[in-house]
Design a protein. Sequence first.
Length: 307
Amino acid sequence: MISMVNPGGDGYSPVSRTNEGGIDVQLSADHPGVADPDYRARRNAIAALSVDHVPGEPVPFVDYTEVEHETWRTVCRELRPAWRAHAARSFLDGAEALALPVDHLPQLDEVTDRLRSTTGFRYQPVAGLAPLRAFYGSFADDTFFSTQYIRHHSVPLYTPEPDICHEVLGHANQLADPRFAELYRRVAATVGRIETTAALGFLSKVFWFTVEFGVVWEDGDLRTYGAGLLSSFGELDAYRGADIRDLDFAAMGTADYDITHYQPVLFAAHSIDDVIERTSAFLDIYDDDTPARLGAPVAGPAPVATA
């Protein structure tokens, strides 16, 4: 299972500065690494490398340990056969084109080098979860903000937060498809013209139910293109048991759901072209008034957010 941050919420494992000027990653009480002092120190050290990173500057190099490389190898070993059984063709084609390493945890620059020849997206580091407006807005510059830490080695097939396995194995393979790369850019364009908290929150839920947890019918079989599903062994084992509904942006944007459990409701497109075309058309006309028109509560102006 992967339990990811609520797209409209405050985030998971917030990063803060200590009074002494150090970096502290605050893990929840049920995090697998919360009682492991070595892991906590490692998380702090990796976060410190990128907390003040400015896009365009060299990406900090992380000297990953053998334990971290082995965690990556385990995740790849389990996910790759699951992809063959569950992933949409567009994702499988992207994974084949990128050929991400399975024997070592890649640096973000390595991911960028592999994406450059497909869609031009580049990976930039972030210490923790980037604010929604900054995260989505970065897509306009063909940039994807990614964490550099990896989940706790004791449970390699579980993470309570987006880690580098999710960011790279899920999103990079998805971004290798030019159609999805363009969809990301449309999300950024939409975010650039909206101002309210309601509009940003509604849009983030649509992103969640499509880019992160979208499913699609291919040759009569339900498969997935969602980065959240495709980076989670547990979710891939369970998603076909969900209540599968047709794409419905009003339902997506007003949905209440528990992010700590497998998603009970998923929204299916009739094809990858179908989800791209319908989501793109929705984004093109989306504005601050859209949530109210579709039944969402009204909120005030969104705060200015920076990475």
